[in-house]
Design a binder for this molecule. Sequence first.
Ligand SMILES: Nc1nc2c(c(=O)[nH]1)N[C@H]1C(S)=C(S)[C@@H](COP(=O)(O)OP(=O)(O)OC[C@H]3O[C@@H](n4cnc5c(=O)[nH]c(N)nc54)[C@H](O)[C@@H]3O)O[C@H]1N2
Ligand SMILES: Nc1nc2c(c(=O)[nH]1)N[C@H]1C(S)=C(S)[C@@H](COP(=O)(O)OP(=O)(O)OC[C@H]3O[C@@H](n4cnc5c(=O)[nH]c(N)nc54)[C@H](O)[C@@H]3O)O[C@H]1N2
Ligand SMILES: [Mo]
Length: 670
Amino acid sequence: MLVTVENGIAVKIQGDPTMPFTDGTLCTKVAHYLERTYSPDRLLHPMKRVGPKGSARFARVSWDQALDEIAERLKALAAQNPETILPLSYAGTMGMAQFSSMDRRFFHRLGASLLDRTLCSSAGKAGIKATLGGSVGMDPERFDEAKLILLWGANPVVSNLHLWSRVQEAMRRGAKVVAIDPYRSLSAEKCTQHLALLPGSDGALALGMMHVLIAENLIDRDYIARYTLGFEQLAERVRHSTPQWAAGVCGLRAEEIVQLARDYGTIQPAAIRLNYGMQRHAGGGIAARNIACLPALTGAWRDAAGGIVLTTADFYGFDHAALERPDLLGGRKPRVINHAAIGEALTAAQPPVRAVIVYNNNPVAVCPDSEKVLAGFRREDLYCVVMDSFLTDTADYADLVLPATTQLEHYDVHKSYGHLYALANNPAIAPVGESLPNTEVFRRLAARLGFDEPCFRDSDEDLCRTALASTDPRMQGIEWEGMKRTGWQRLNVPERFAPFAEGGFPTPSGKCEFYSAALERQGLDPLPFFNPPVESVASNPALAGDYPLAFLSPPARNFLNSSFAHLKRFRDLEGEPTVEMHAEDAAARAIRDGEYVRVFNARGSLRLRARVNGKPRRGVVVAPSVWWKKHSPDGGNANNLTAQRTADLGGGATFYDCLVQVERAGAPAA
Ligand SMILES: Nc1nc2c(c(=O)[nH]1)N[C@H]1C(S)=C(S)[C@@H](COP(=O)(O)OP(=O)(O)OC[C@H]3O[C@@H](n4cnc5c(=O)[nH]c(N)nc54)[C@H](O)[C@@H]3O)O[C@H]1N2
Ligand SMILES: Nc1nc2c(c(=O)[nH]1)N[C@H]1C(S)=C(S)[C@@H](COP(=O)(O)OP(=O)(O)OC[C@H]3O[C@@H](n4cnc5c(=O)[nH]c(N)nc54)[C@H](O)[C@@H]3O)O[C@H]1N2
Ligand SMILES: [Mo]
């Protein structure tokens, strides 16, 4: 993005028209980023709590006072046991300097508990890794040339706008585009076809498709022989996963599955945009693995516009070890705490967590099972520091709040999970108020704790340079000084990049692994199988007796997780927290469009306004998210209902594996 600055003030923001992937377009949120940077709600200076925990009453302090206090607290805790200290950081920014550099060095040197950052993508990432060998896939820039596109658990109109332009171009050129989603999303409604399967049933759909592809010989035997492992066992495995069986599991018709498989086996190039919605389930990792088998069966990889992509992150050879310096642990092996079960960790871990440093994260709003998370943050004996640009739901519980810079105010270097360009982030303006970049806070804390390794004196530009200084062939020709002038640079890969046209998968065997010895070693089935959701009518009829509806809480168009959700423009656009329902599910409960309803399960209860719009399939309700609790009726959001249970692979969060009941309710108190 390009920012115009007059007299030190940013006055205009626009997409960079030279950037091929975005083509100068910004999404609805970032197009108004200046309203975020200059919001009257920006935190301008450090503040210390003066009221009871959670009261959000704070008084101004100086940076020195704040940092001295934190250093003293951490020093005392570390002297007892550094594992009582926990960083809580996630994806508020994903730039490599502000997301994972000086902070990690600091906590490694300290010996703090390690955080397994699993809120978003770990299950799918691990599933794709089992089959393809890493976070790799087809080049999203080539989607415009595909003749068949499957948008699988993906809603690009809302969450991946720049891919959507390419899907639209493909449609203009006659491509068939199929959305596979329990919800008629803004993307699904514009596709050629929408298959509204049951949540968590994707793994079975892929098995059913593989059955048809093999039975009808719609496969590329030459590609299979050269570049895959375990075809015979796979063929044997899917012999029984007939379309009739898959139809029963998915809540689709057998003919729909047969047709999908035939399309997939005959239309080329065939591109699959897998996205993270489908893997937020107990069986999400294996489901992603099953789906990733498809392009190798049909040889779709032979074409630059064919294959599958969940994430492109591993095409970037950024030097993470040099950024994060795990060697500073010096042989110590601190315990690992799963972010998806943070409520449990903050209330039950032994030894107890005594201090959390929160940055790039709003756990009270975004982590599952809020009652548990809040029970943790309410603890009087939990020392809590929150670094953010705004007084979030989490910051309300802080002992100290530290003001953070926004993207306009710091250096950074970015990779992407949806294209193949590296990006430089130059500061356009001076920090607003007294805010500081995350890196600088950890630099100053390191100095106070007497960490004298030279790496704690690296500047932000040093960190950007370090990220790019890699011997990886795809990074050749990319260096900081050049890129900070151009803003972006394509990885050193061909213009028409068909990464696995001739095999070369980054798996142990170098082949696409239908049979995964790595999964077998983890005690898992080495072949694709259906791993059902934990909370569904079919897998848990007893639970479904009380809570018969599947609850999905995917991103609202005008929010970015919980970011932007507090700004007036975006709240006005979204209106108010709602739950969308199918007419039959609403009628069965005498619920009319526009009425307030109570959505509840054993974990919590939420008041939302019902939208009876038929967008979710029967048996599914959808609450676009993530609203701030303090801006919601009764102070709750979707995560009051979601579970801390983790997925089959990667310890991933399972936000969409969640059963609820819905009933009529009165309007909330004003
Ligand atoms: N119910 C439900 N819950 C979900 C999801 C869902 O679909 N449904 N999605 C999940 C997913 S995919 C994700 S990725 C997570 C995201 O969860 P989070 O990573 O917590 O995402 P955000 O809420 O966008 O950002 C957190 C905070 O980071 C702050 N921030 C931004 N930049 C900076 C910076 O440079 N420095 C500092 N200190 N702070 C900064 C923002 O102001 C914001 O308050 O949520 C998950 N939670
Ligand atoms: N506007 C906006 N854009 C965003 C974000 C945002 O918050 N707002 N968040 C960013 C982040 S951090 C991420 S991770 C991505 C997430 O973006 P996506 O990967 O697109 O993920 P979701 O929006 O969680 O889910 C996409 C679709 O999956 C569907 N879905 C849910 N369960 C299932 C299932 O079991 N099977 C199938 N087939 N579909 C299912 C949902 O109904 C939804 O329409 O978006 C990024 N972009
Ligand atoms: Mo995410």
